[in-house]
Write a protein that binds this ligand. Structure first.
Ligand code: PLP
Length: 372
């Protein structure tokens, strides 16, 4: 193909990396960015002040390696999650992507298999390949539902070493019932399957939605993954974490790089956890915009999926790529996830959400007026 790819292929690259393209959601300079499910509300002023102070204090000690065990941060994360967890249950890394990679390094690898249920988070296959873990693709029902019976049967048939359950699922936004998690865990008993529930967006779920954290007691192969990238508006700081049995934490210690969490990262995350009031108020605001998008898209005759996240997956589009391009021309970047008839949009501030909805309605009206 192009010169760059040719030169890459002349290198003695591992065979399972040949021909792959890196993760690459567009990073474009557009006024309204609603494409990668970031928190669009920015870091509130009091949180920013607390982070600045904490980072400044940490800077004085940057001649030393950071606390390799980040114990204070693990305590704060355990306190935030509740459910009787303590620091022995908690582990963190530079984004939950790194936590997932460490889980694959510890429990996947050559000769082992990880199962995902597409459409789901596009990083699962890339993380699997990067750790030489075979990625196997499970099936969902029509409308992308995944029932407890179906998921459990697939685990029994495929006996994966690792299962990824994403709840709410990216890109569809819809949550999984805890019955699915329980059934998958039980079905994985025979092959000792590690079950990861990726709850990156849990804070945006409708009130009363239970977390898989409630299932942790007595299930030492269950891992619940979370992140500060979305609800805590800290995508740029890179802090993801997981809760599991203490022995899972011990397993991840075997593969983590020494001092992988910088003192700056630890100080930033701690300050945000200690000042989370304003952040959680913004989450409530985003949930309102999310519900507004679902209602408005329905009114426009489109088919939004039920969402417990900060984004909405919607169908009913004849030419989604053309709609995506025309939104971009209007200064609104959303996500074309490559699923026929569908697009995904992140819930923004009220102003951003209004701009998206208004532009979309105009585009649909003008496309309807044109010959196809
Ligand atoms: C955004 C996202 C993450 C978070 O990744 P970080 O590395 O923590 O920024 C994890 N899982 C899913 C499904 C996501 O959409």
């Amino acid at each position: 193909m192009n010169d760059q790819l040719e030169r890459l292929n002349r290198l003695p690259l591992r065979s399972n990396l040949r021909g792959l393209t890196p993760y690459g959601a567009p990073q474009l300079n557009v006024p309204i960015l609603l494409n990668v499910n970031e928190n669009t509300h920015g870091v509130p002023a009091d949180v920013r002040a607390a982070i600045t102070k904490a980072v400044s204090e940490a800077a004085a000690g940057l001649n030393r390696y950071p606390d390799r065990e980040f114990t204070e941060l693990r305590k704060a994360l355990a306190e935030y999650l509740g459910h009787g967890l303590d620091e022995s249950n908690l582990w963190a890394a530079n984004g939950s992507n790194e936590v997932l990679q460490q889980i694959l390094q510890a429990f996947g690898g050559p000769g082992r298999r990880a199962l995902g249920f597409p459409p789901t988070y596009s990083m699962y296959p890339l993380l699997a390949t990067g750790t030489d873990t075979e990625y196997i693709v499970g099936k969902r029902a029509e409308g992308y539902d995944l029932s407890a019976e179906s998921a459990a049967r697939q685990v029994e048939e495929l006996h994966p070493n690792i299962v990824f359950l994403c709840s709410p699922n990216n890109p569809t936004g819809t949550g999984l019932g805890l019955d699915v998690v329980e059934a998958v865990y039980e079905a994985g008993e025979a092959s000792q399957t590690i079950v990861i529930v990726d709850e990156a967006y849990h804070e945006f779920a409708h009130d009363g939605t239970p977390s898989a954290l409630t299932l942790l007691p007595g299930r030492e192969r269950l891992i619940v993954s979370r992140t500060m990238s979305k609800a805590f508006a800290l995508a740029g700081a890179r802090l993801g974490y997981m809760a599991a049995a203490p022995e899972v934490t011990d397993a991840l210690r075997l593969v983590r790089l020494p001092y992988h969490l910088s003192a700056i990262t630890q100080a930033t995350a701690l300050a945000a956890l200690q000042h989370r009031g304003a952040l959680m108020a913004d989450v409530e605001d985003i949930k309102k915009q999310r519900d507004r998008i679902v209602a408005e898209l329905t009114r426009m005759g489109l088919k939004p999926a039920a969402s417990d996240s900060n984004y909405v997956f919607f169908g009913g589009l004849e030419d989604p790529h053309r709609v995506w391009q025309e939104l971009l021309d209007a200064g609104v970047l959303i996500r074309d996830v490559g699923i026929p008839g569908h697009l995904r949009v992140t819930a923004g501030t009220e102003t951003e959400t209004t701009a998206f909805l208004t532009s979309l309605e105009n585009i649909l009206a003008s496309q309807a007026a044109l010959p196809a």
